[in-house]
Every structure is written in C-alpha cells, then in structure tokens.
Design a binder for this molecule. Sequence first.
Ligand code: ATP
Ligand code: MG
Length: 346
Amino acid sequence: VLKLPVGVSMYKHNSKLVSLTGDRPTGHLHLGHLVGSLRKRVEFQETYNQFIMIADTQGISSSLNPDLVAVNIKQIMTDYLSVGLVPEKNTFFVQSTIPSLCEITSYYLNLVTLSRLQRNPTIKQESAEKGYEESMPMGFLCHPISQAADITAFQTDVVPAGEDQKPLIEQSNEIVDKFCNLYGDGVIKRVEIIYGNTARLLGIDGQAKASKSLNNAIFLTDPPEVVKSKVYSMYTDPNHIRVSDPGQVEGNMVFHYLDAFYDNYAELEQLKADYRKGGLGDTSVKAILYQVLEEVLEPIRERRQNITNFVIDEILHLHWYKANSIASQTLSNIRSAIGIYSLNTN
Ligand code: ATP
Ligand code: MG
C-alpha cells in the first residue's frame, strides 16, 4: 500500500521547509492535541517536509514503564493516522531508534546551566504536577536539552505545538545561539513555534491544561457515551444554579470547548449572550457541545477502523531510514564543527 522510496543511499532535504513535532507515548491523544497541534500538522503535511516523532525516550523519563510505552506507540500511531496524517506525506519515527539524538544531547548538555533548566517554566509546572520536589530525575530535568537535539537534528524550521512548548522552543534557540557562537554558523538552526487555533485547551475539570497524565481530557478514542458523560460533567459556572440565573461564560469549560470546536460563530455569540442574560440552562448548552464534538470525533473513529498493527510496523520500518540518515548527517556536522576526534578508517 505504501509508496515510499527504499534503498536510497542518503536522504537529503529538498527545498521544502521542515516541520517537526513529537508526542510522548504516555497515553492516547486527546482534543487538546487536536486543536493545539494535530490540525496544524494535517495542514502542514501538504507543504512542509514534516517529521513526526514519538518521544519514547522522553516518555520513559515520565512514565517509567517500558512495556506500556511499547503499547502506547501503537496507540499514538493509530491516533495520528485517524486524524488524517498520511504516511506518504510525513516521516514517522520513534525517538529511541535514532541513536544520534542521544549523542547530540550529550554535546548540548555543556551549553546549558543547571539554574537555567530549573527556571524553565514548563519544567517547573510539570515538576509541580508530578510532585518531584528534591527527587527530580535528571532525565526529566534535561528533557529541554534532548528536545533541542531532536529539533535541530532535523534542521527544523517550525514546530506546530501548544503553548506549553514555548519555553522549550526558547531553550532550543538559546542552545543554537550558543553553539553558533562557539563553533560557527550553518550547522544547526533556530526554530519557530506555530500555534494551532487554540494554543492551550483547558481540562474538562477547569484545570490549566487538558493532559494525558492529568486524565482530564476527552480522548480521540472515547466512544460517544464517554464523550457525553465527560461533557455533562464539565466544570461550568458554579453560581449559575437556576436556569433563569445570569451565567458566566469566562472560565466556563463548556464555552471554552465551544470556542475551540464550534465553527458557527454567529450562533455561538448568540448562545453566550443568552447564557449571560439568564434563561439558558447548562444542560442545553452541553447538549449542543456534545453534538459539536461528535461531529469532530465521528470521522476520526471511522478512519481508525482500518488501521492495523501491521501497517504501523511497516510505516515505522520504512520511515526510519530517512529519519536516521538526516539525524546522522547533522550529528556528523556537529562533530566536525566542535572538532570531536574521529578515527581515520582509511
Ligand atoms: P503528558 O501529560 O504526558 O505531558 P500531554 O497531554 O501534555 O501529555 P504531550 O505529549 O506532552 O501531551 O504534548 C504533545 C503536543 O500536544 C505538544 O505539542 C503540546 O503542546 C500539545 N498539547 C498537549 N496538550 C495540549 C492542550 N491541552 N492544548 C494545546 N496543545 C496541547
Ligand atoms: Mg505534556
């Protein structure tokens, strides 16, 4: 089924700009991924040379269960294909299968200070969520560095991602600047983050972010009855007790999700006005949201039916060669720029 070149000795980037994103295989993808990143990736696959990485090495630093990671890789690949990402237009790969990334990371470790990592807002936030305090693993603390290795290894121009990734992109660019200062320009490059239409989708419980590990998300795999019960349990306005009470739209998850997914803007503005005035009950708005989400999720469920583990294995095998070639090439350039000793094999 797959029409991909095999047996090519060395892949070179064509003139297209490069897009790269990654997801930790810590569970199924959810609506936050869809609006924060996946929809942009579907758009970008048409014009960018797009790489999509399953960040298992990084996943191990947070979930610490390699058996689960293997299963989750299949799940995430299924999620990618089910939203309309196609193997002919993307390069899918698993982070741990590209050894150059670890070596690049080890050189970058010298370009970042401990205090800089400890001040990274994403690290601070995720560490608080995980309750690490003094027992933070180094692998977790250093993940902004390994992420810079991932980004730069593929000569990435853009990363379509959510707002939580901004500090990590800044960290990558700082590493690039430092590297260029020390070892010269033209080996690795700065990158730009591009947000989806919702830079941060909040949790159904009203928490700062819908996330796999906080289990406060609607997953792409949730069946209709689960979507329904999640929508009906959503955090709304606690002071909107009777239908006739005026309600608050801000901080109300039902409206936050409608903002992200409902494309009938005129109707949405009317709903907000009615809710604010009083007379529109939570149950009625939730029924609308449920319908809107079902329209988003139904085609995704349908595509999922045809994806087998065999197809996933085949894609990962075929795409590995290209990903590995490009990362090795960058590593080789980095080694030369730094002046790392290399054995003369002639
Ligand atoms: P974990 O809880 O394991 O960190 P996660 O749900 O945060 O999982 P990641 O794998 O960390 O998911 O993120 C993958 C990509 O999806 C990143 O680009 C991230 O910015 C984006 N993303 C994740 N959650 C959201 C969200 N709630 N809103 C917008 N973008 C999101
Ligand atoms: Mg995350």
